[in-house]
Structures are given as structure tokens and as C-alpha cells.
Design a protein around this ligand. Sequence first.
Ligand SMILES: *[C@@H]1O[C@H](CO)[C@@H](O)[C@H](O)[C@H]1NC(C)=O
Ligand SMILES: *[C@@H]1O[C@H](CO)[C@@H](O)[C@H](O)[C@H]1NC(C)=O
Ligand SMILES: *[C@@H]1O[C@H](CO)[C@@H](O)[C@H](O)[C@H]1NC(C)=O
Ligand SMILES: *[C@@H]1O[C@H](CO)[C@@H](O)[C@H](O)[C@H]1NC(C)=O
Ligand SMILES: *[C@@H]1O[C@H](CO)[C@@H](O)[C@H](O)[C@H]1NC(C)=O
Length: 645
Amino acid sequence: MGFSRSWLVNALAFGLLSVHAQLPKNGGLTDERPTYGSPEEAVYAPVEPKLKTQWTDGVAADPDNVWPEYPRPGLQRDNWLNLNGVWEFQSANSSDDISNVPVGTTLEQRILVPFCIESGLSGVAVQSPFSWYRTSFNIPESFEENVILHFAAVDYETTVFVNGEQVGSHTGGFDKFWFDVTEYVNKDSENELILFVYDPTDDFDEVIPLGKQRVVPSHIFYTPCSGVWQTVSIEAVPASEYITSIQLLAAADGSVTATIGTSSNSSSSSADISFYDPANPSSIIFSTSGSTNEAFTFTVDPAPSVWSPDTPVVYNVSVTVGDDVARSYTAFRTVERAEVNGVPRYLLNGQPIFQFGPLDQGWWPDGLHTPPSYEAMIFDIQYVKDLGMNFIRKHIKVEPDTYYWAAANIGVLVMQDMPALSDARKPNAEQQTEWERQLEVLFKSLMGFPAITSFVIYNEGWGQLSSGPEVYLAPRVAEWLQGHQLVNAVSGWNDYGQINGTSVGDFHDNHHYSSPQCGTPFSSLASLPYLGDRIGFQGEFGGVGVNTTIDHLWNDVEAIRDIPQTYEIDATVDVWNYRALRVIEELREQTEMFGACNGAVYTQTTDVEGEVNGFLTYDRAEDHVDHEKWEAAIAALYETFAASL
Ligand SMILES: *[C@@H]1O[C@H](CO)[C@@H](O)[C@H](O)[C@H]1NC(C)=O
Ligand SMILES: *[C@@H]1O[C@H](CO)[C@@H](O)[C@H](O)[C@H]1NC(C)=O
Ligand SMILES: *[C@@H]1O[C@H](CO)[C@@H](O)[C@H](O)[C@H]1NC(C)=O
Ligand SMILES: *[C@@H]1O[C@H](CO)[C@@H](O)[C@H](O)[C@H]1NC(C)=O
Ligand SMILES: *[C@@H]1O[C@H](CO)[C@@H](O)[C@H](O)[C@H]1NC(C)=O
């Protein structure tokens, strides 16, 4: 246990341990400004998180190789350079500081990019609403023409300076963005990259998409994750015209709607697309072409293998526009809401399917929103799959693109939530408009990922205006999605059901802890009764927890104080298995008796901070699940559903 001796020595030498042993809870900078020695002497030293994972030490010990994976499986090029690693960092005092860009100035601290500022792995581990980042890079000789600077995600507002010049800015903590920095960089000398990042979380009267982050964490709300939290990279592209986006919407019948965006925005170029044989990677099974920057459709012939959780066949694709060649992937599947014997069902490839899996927060004790590594991130998906589940509700967080690629390859259906606004404050008109803008950006950029088969607009009424914006958002979102995903307008609470005879969204999604109410003729007062017009679905239930030892808990006084807020705490793991499996059995009985339940989301994959109700502890080290019993119970759910049709 423990970080290596050398980091400890460094940390003590620079006073990091005493200053950063605790995350401040006040949301701002502390009055005391820590001292780190001279800026030039500062080193990266991880801050011991309140709980570690099996990956923490390995990542901290090799900071030059963090998140080495190419970040975009949907638009890959060979000629790129990963900028992750140790950067300079310094908190700023206010947004006014942006007028004083620290060009040529060494900053006080070091941070391990892409771990967010508050995380232990970042080496900073304080809340910092205003922050400077600084690093340098050289352009590889192989970069012959244009240079793109990519950010896979930075929370929340980012202003980018290259060699002292402002390149641009971006708002939104969950969507990727990029700049063509060709005119700002020197090809034959070092380049300086500086970021100014503002992340209010739920402070400063801001109401922004933030999911579960709170300046003051408590029970189901967790430590914020600000700043750079996914990979930063540069990439070489041709000067003439290059591909900026690839969207392939592939259906079970082999038809594909392709949209290839390029830097020219013009439809006068041709995009050539080839599909590779999954069994024989060097063999092209089908090629076609269409105009850039507008949708075109075609049918892959011979008929491709259809994707499902049981047959997770993914096709690699290449796309060529002029001198630019990119690789991508897709999978052929169709989702629909359709009645089967008079009952609304969720159909995958024409067959009713019961979606069962966990509410998945994607939170890590050492990296918070940033998984410590790709292997760690995939561990959670594989865990779900190995237990016999076919589904994950990705809860009010967006993951790195690599997550959705892995989900397609492993064979898991993802219900993707929009990152929620705060539960505590409603947006004003401007904040609502910005939330809707980000909703459109995120859903449109994610809808090409075949593993995502439905989207959630609102969670439990959080930030949902009483005038019911989901009434106008649900049809708008459905139009964007072109039937490629279904729409869950409201997961829990303020559900408007039908407006003027038209159903709002595709799901009737009730939340009910601890016992389910899935397509049942009974409901709690806060929810709309099941009306029979939409897919009956249990968007959250469970909430049964078992406490563990301090070795596997988020070691924070407030978090441990909040554990009893879990709906039920069971004395032992055996009792937990008994109680949680009773809840699963209730769901099975309802599916059998009332015949209108099409799936359910069990809360949740892991414990998170003070919320202790996971299959796994927060560090993924203790597995509470009696696998034999759970696998049998989950198989029984699928069998009961099949018999209920
Ligand atoms: C930020 O505030 C601290 C403490 O008041 C002060 O010492 C420092 O000079 C300020 N930094 C800037 C950039 O204004
Ligand atoms: C293409 O469209 C984008 C987004 O609207 C814009 O920023 C860019 O300048 C356009 N490029 C050209 C060459 O018109
Ligand atoms: C598809 O491409 C990925 C990289 O994106 C590669 O890892 C995988 O091996 C390829 N699959 C096949 C069947 O060639
Ligand atoms: C429902 O119909 C009424 C009467 O035609 C109309 O005023 C109202 O705007 C409609 N509501 C929605 C959400 O379309
Ligand atoms: C959970 O376990 C921790 C560590 O042993 C303990 O401090 C805490 O009181 C326990 N909480 C409950 C609700 O059992």
C-alpha cells in the first residue's frame, strides 16, 4: 500500500501533504495560499486520495504514459501526438485574471493531465474555480501540413492560448472540441500552450450541466471534477481539406446513413467509405462514396452481421476525402418502440428485449470523473457483462469516446443521460438555452456510437422547468436521432405522459426505491401511473447497501456520516445478497403478473463516496455479489420477460 517512497519524500519536501490532506469544502480558494517552493523546483506528486484503486499507484508512478490510447475510435488518424502528462498549474483568483496571461512564466504547481484538478492523481486536489494550465510541445517532423489541437473534455469554460495568442474558447464540460492551430504554431521550435479554465460547479449562481458534482458533496452528490479531464492531443491533417466528423448510422438491414463533415463545409468533395471484414481485417467487404457535408444512404452488400449484446460484431471502416484518410467503426442494429400483442415494447433488431443493468456513475476515488486508465474504465463494463447483464444506464455523465467503442465490442446497450443541471436551482432563460444547446451538441455527437440505443433528457426533475420543456424537447430530440435511438424524456418524477394525445418520449420510466413499480397498476404519488402507451421501464430501483471496512470506504468524515442515508443498510454481505435479490425477484414477479415491464436499472455498479449501495465497493476491490445467485436471478428476469410477450 502507499505511493512510492520517492513521491512521499517529494511531497514532504514541498509541503504538499500537510496542505492538501483534505479537500476544502468551501468551494473557493482557501485564504491561506500554500507555498510550493519556487515554481521552477515544483514537481508532480500525487496527493493520497481518500481511497485508492488497484490502478492508482501504477498510474502515478508512470506519469509520462497516462491515458496513452488514441482518444477517438470514431475518427482515428495515425499521425498524432498525445500531450497528456505533467503540466504546470496555478489557481487564479477570478475571471479578471484572464487579462494577464502568464506567457513565458513558470506556474507554481504541477498537474498530471488528464486528471481533473480535485482528484488525488492530478497532484493538486483542491477546488479551483479559476485555473491556469501551461505546457509546451514540439511539432513532430512528420506533421507536414495543418495541425489540429484536440481536447476530449475540459470542464467547464476553456480559453486556449498558443504562443501567447488567443486561439479560441469553449463552453461545456462534457463535449470534445478542437482548433486548427496551424497559423499559431512554430514547426521548428517549442510551442507554449496555456489554458484558462473557469469551472463554477454549482457555485457563483451558475446553473450548468454538471451531473453529480457539488462544491459541497453529500450522500448522492460527489466531489467536483474541474479542468482538463480527458486526453489532450495534436494531430496532423492535410492543408487542403480534412475530415472533421464521421457519423455512420447503421441499421440491422445493412442500410447506413453516413454524414462526413469536412473543414470546407462544402458538399463538392467525395467521401469514399470502405467496410472491413471483422473476421479478416485486411479484406474490404464493401465500398461506396457520397458527397461530403451532407447525409447519404446506402446498403452494405453482402448483408453484414447484426449487432446485439449476444453478437457484438463491430465493423472497422475507413473514410477518405482527398488526401485525408481516417478510420472509424460502426455496428448494424435497429431499435424501435412497437406494440407486440398490444403492449409497447423496446425492440432490438425487430425482437422485444428486456434491458437489465446498473445505474452507472462512472466515478473513481483517485480520478473522480477521469478513470485512472482505460483498463480501469473497461473493468466496470466487463463486470456488468460477466454478471449476465445486457445494459448500462450511463448516469448524467458522458464518458470518453473509447468507453462507447468498448461497450460496442463487449456487447452492452447503453442508455445515455444528458448531464443534469443542479437539483437545487432552476435555470433562467439564458441558462435553459445554453443547456439545450449542449444537449443538441452532445446527443448529435454521441448518436453515431452504436452501443448507445436510448437517450435520457431529464433525470428526476433536476433543472426541469415546471412549464415542461421536455414536451417540446422530446419531439425535437427524436427528430435529431432519426429513429437511431429512442428517447426517454423523463427518467423519474415530472412526467407529462401525453400532451394533446401524443406521448412524450418512448418510455414510461418510474423510479422507486427500494421496491420496483415497473409497468404496474400501482404507482407512488410522485409518478404518473403506467398508461400503456409507452415502454414500461424502471429507470432506477434498488438502493440496498452493505457497509464495508474503512479500507474500502471514501475516508471522509462527512461521507461516512451520510452512509445511513442509503435506503437500507444491511449488516452483512449475505444479508445484502438476500435483500437485494428480493428486490430483483419483485421485479421478476411484476414482469410476470402485469406483462408490461421492459427493463430496469439497478442502483448501482459501485459505491461512490458516501453513497454505499454498489455491487462493488468504490475502489472496485470488494465484490458483494453472490455470482451464482445473481446470474440465476438475472437469467430468470430475461426468461420471464420472454414468456410474458
Ligand atoms: C490572488 O490573490 C492572492 C491573495 O490575495 C494574491 O497574493 C495574488 O497576488 C492574487 N493573484 C492575482 C493574479 O491577482
Ligand atoms: C465551416 O463551418 C464552421 C462551423 O460553422 C465554421 O467555424 C468554419 O469557419 C466553416 N469553414 C469554412 C471553410 O467555411
Ligand atoms: C478494428 O480497429 C481497431 C482499432 O480501431 C483494432 O484494434 C481492431 O483490431 C480492428 N479490428 C479488426 C477486426 O481488424
Ligand atoms: C395542445 O393543444 C392546445 C389547443 O390546440 C394548444 O394550445 C397547445 O399549445 C398544445 N400543446 C402542445 C404542447 O402542443
Ligand atoms: C460504516 O463503516 C464505517 C467504517 O467502519 C463506520 O465508521 C460507519 O459508522 C459505518 N456506517 C454505518 C451506517 O454502518
